[in-house]
Design a protein around this ligand. Structure first.
Ligand code: PEP
Length: 249
């Protein structure tokens, strides 16, 4: 059985005090409806937020990790350092990293491997930009991102990966993919995984949707057979919105 997951990506928001407050509220409200909740905080929050978590359904994650193991890489934070805080997840290959920090498929692939080597679950992001969808190449774009980012993993490592489909045109824009667009792409991703790793692996892979997901549209998105939860940006910054999405299953 694949896991249902709702992960909040706080991005570059919240002071330490604000982050602790948000985490405390979410921790208080987190129930046990079978949904794994992941708080992907800025690096500086990780340890403190870890100390607020008392609920079994609540996990900690980072938003990125270095593409190197350790050493003279000023400003970088390694997968091992992230794991040492108690974090268990890490977002890899978010479109904002790919676009603003020029992370290519090879870099993303290195980060996935370092995350896995350090017992972090990678939340691997993929998704097309608007122009790619408009020119009808969105399926090919996503297929290629997944092949280059993940398909050289041995099956036992691939089994630990969570995939997040995030159409770039939907991130932070208020424009959400329709339920049909999400299901169509998630189904394509699952079929692609099945071709490479087999049906059982594909059925066990959690595929999250990300892009302007809110309490008002989460229920419809999550009702799709191939949508196993969400990666949530803006709406993860308010406990009531975020928990509204968690409870939308
Ligand atoms: C994201 O950045 O991963 C995201 C889904 O953002 P938003 O929910 O704000 O569109």
């Amino acid at each position: 059985m694949r896991k249902k997951i709702v992960a909040g990506n706080w991005k570059m928001n919240k002071t330490l005090a604000e982050g602790i407050e948000l985490a405390k509220t979410i921790n208080r409200q987190a129930g046990d409806n079978g949904v794994i909740i992941v708080l992907c905080t800025p690096f500086i929050h990780l340890t403190e937020v870890r100390n607020t978590i008392t609920k079994d359904s609540l996990y900690l994650g980072a938003q990125n990790c270095a593409a190197e193991t350790s050493g003279a890489y000023t400003g970088e934070v390694s997968a091992a350092m992230i794991r040492s805080t108690g974090a268990e997840y890490v977002i890899i290959g978010h479109s904002e990293r790919r676009i603003y920090y020029h992370e290519d498929d090879a870099t993303v692939n290195k980060k996935v491997k370092l995350a896995l080597a350090n017992e972090l679950t990678p939340i691997f992001c993929c998704g097309e930009v608007l122009q790619e969808r408009q020119s009808g190449i969105h399926f090919d774009v996503v297929r290629k991102q997944i092949e280059k980012g993940l398909f050289d993993l041995p099956a036992e490592d691939f089994a630990k990966v969570v995939i997040a489909y995030e159409p770039v045109w939907a991130i932070g824009t208020g424009v959400t993919a329709t339920s049909q667009q999400a299901q169509e792409m998630h189904n394509l991703i699952r079929e692609h995984v099945a071709e490479k790793y087999g049906n059982q692996a594909a059925n066990n892979t959690s595929i999250l949707y990300g892009g302007s997901c809110k309490p008002s549209n989460a229920g419809e998105l999550f009702a799709n057979p191939d949508v196993d939860g969400g990666l949530i940006g803006g709406a993860s910054l308010t406990a009531s919105d975020f928990m509204g999405i968690v409870n939308a299953f």
